[in-house]
Design a protein around this ligand. Structure first.
Ligand SMILES: Nc1ncnc2c1ncn2[C@@H]1O[C@H](COP(=O)(O)OP(=O)(O)OP(=O)(O)O)[C@@H](O)[C@H]1O
Ligand SMILES: [Mg+2]
Length: 435
């Protein structure tokens, strides 16, 4: 009944849309306007020749000068991502289309883009997380994942993945190119969703690995063992429930224990005594923990298939082993003792939360259930969107690693084939013989 108002609101909408289009195309418009404006000005002042020649020279310079061309390429790429994202936010259902996240920064990664966003009051990471699939479809990309900043929940990192970073059959381990290693340095363990190398720094840390059979635990453990074995200043204590997984490293190990649980207990008792001696030594030196400068040897304790030792048929032995292990994990950190344990059955009878929480780093390879994933990573991560049960079972070695960043990182472990392990184990043996 009120045509003037309707036609006004339609004009408003058209004007809004025009302004929105001008805003989202602003970078391209400015880049187009510069030579065009120059051409018009030259035409008015000096005539047609200069009006055509100068803008052409400007464009040719931009295309021929490498750094300038790359700069413009980055600028246009960021503008395109920004435009697509702004359009995708605009089309979202619910509160986010009204209060669209602000785009602070766009960085190109190997497999897509990383976008830093700011959320308006009245919206949260939950709204954005729910819209991940819609955003991915609007952008026409493989995946969109958002992670909120742990300290400031209004800041969100959006990872846009265009190509599958884990599609390659296996990733070569950089340790294969290293003659000698220092365990005080970060160890490259795999590649994240953006194609960046993920590293782990082991001193003062214990690592718990869990995942279903064949998920890639032993391969991940082998990487860490290789890094330790290639440092002759490290003592390796190996416990291998399956015997064959770690046996290649036995020549570099101080102790190698197979499925003999009694022997495993005796060795852990020996290690506990060593830990107590180490604390006496630290007391004498007047320091509180082993550091690189102290020059004391690090001890790396590796347990593949924890269940055999802590949940075996002989309950008394299992309990004794679990007690010794808990003490070692709890007190060993400052004494330079690093425990790396892997379990096929991440359940609370194998890894009670009191033990799990003592492991600073937790690495969940593909798990059968969300509960199993939470047993490794810690309660609540699955409901925050980090469940190793969602990982693609066809991509072995893909997992979630909870380490320094405070939020689990999805990565694919570098692959060490049996031949690679043989090469590295022999290199470590020679190193330890002083050759
Ligand atoms: N990062 C990886 N890249 C490519 N392939 C991998 C990777 N990790 C593991 N695999 C493949 O998966 C197989 C199983 O890996 P692994 O033995 O480490 O599993 P697991 O979790 O230890 O299994 P189980 O619980 O039975 O001991 C390996 O033989 C290898 O072929
Ligand atoms: Mg294994």
């Amino acid at each position: 009944m009120n045509p003037p108002t309707n036609s006004r609101s339609m004009t408003d909408e058209m004007l809004d849309e025009l302004l929105r289009q001008l805003a989202v195309w602003r970078v391209e418009l400015v880049l187009f306007a510069l030579p065009t404006g120059l051409g018009v000005w030259l035409y008015v002042r000096f005539g047609l020749f200069f009006a055509v020649a100068a803008p052409l020279a400007l464009v040719a310079t931009a295309l021929c000068v490498g750094p300038l061309r790359r700069f413009l390429g980055r600028l246009l790429h960021r503008a395109r991502v920004r435009r697509h994202l702004e359009t995708a936010f605009h089309a979202l259902p619910g509160v986010l289309s009204e209060k669209r996240p602000r785009i602070h920064k766009i960085t190109r990664t190997t497999f897509g883009d990383r976008v830093e966003l700011g959320l308006w009051r009245g919206t949260s990471i939950d709204d954005l997380a729910k819209a991940e699939a819609v955003l991915a479809a609007s952008l026409g990309v493989r995946q969109v994942r958002c992670v909120a900043n742990a300290a400031k929940r209004n800041l969100v990192t959006l990872t846009i993945t265009r190509a599958d970073p884990f599609a390659i059959a296996s990733l070569r381990c950089p340790l294969l190119d290293v003659k000698r290693n220092s365990l005080w340095d970060p160890i490259p363990v795999g590649v994240n969703e953006e194609g960046g190398i993920v590293t782990l720094s082991l001193p003062e840390r214990n690592v718990l690995l869990g995942g279903e059979p064949g998920a890639g635990k032993s391969v991940a453990l082998s990487l860490l063992v290789a890094a330790a074995a290639l440092d002759p200043e490290v003592d390796l204590w190996l416990f291998d429930g399956k015997v064959v997984e770690l046996s290649a490293w036995s020549a570099s190990a101080r102790v190698f224990v197979g499925h003999d649980v009694q022997l495993a207990i005796t060795v852990l008792e020996e290690l506990t005594a060593e830990m107590d001696d180490r604390y006496d030594e630290l007391l004498r030196r007047g320091v509180r923990k082993v550091t690189r400068a102290e020059g004391l040897r690090l001890h790396v304790v590796v347990i593949d298939e924890l269940a055999l030792y802590v949940a075996g048929i002989d309950k008394k032995s299992a309990q004794r082993f679990a007690e010794l292990l808990r003490d070692l994990v709890a007190r060993g950190r400052a004494a330079g003792i690093i425990v790396l344990a892997a379990t096929q059955k991440p359940s609370t009878d194998i890894v009670p939360s009191t033990l799990r929480d003592l492991f600073g780093f937790r690495w969940a390879l593909r798990c059968a259930t969300r509960d199993a994933s939470d047993t490794v990573l810690g309660a609540g991560w699955a409901s925050e969107g980090f469940s190793a049960s969602n990982l693609n079972s066809a991509r072995r070695g893909v997992g979630l690693l909870l380490h320094e960043g405070g939020v689990p990182v999805q990565l694919r472990t570098f692959h060490l084939t049996d031949d690679d392990v043989r090469v590295l184990a022999e290199r470590a043996r020679q190193l330890r013989l002083g050759k």
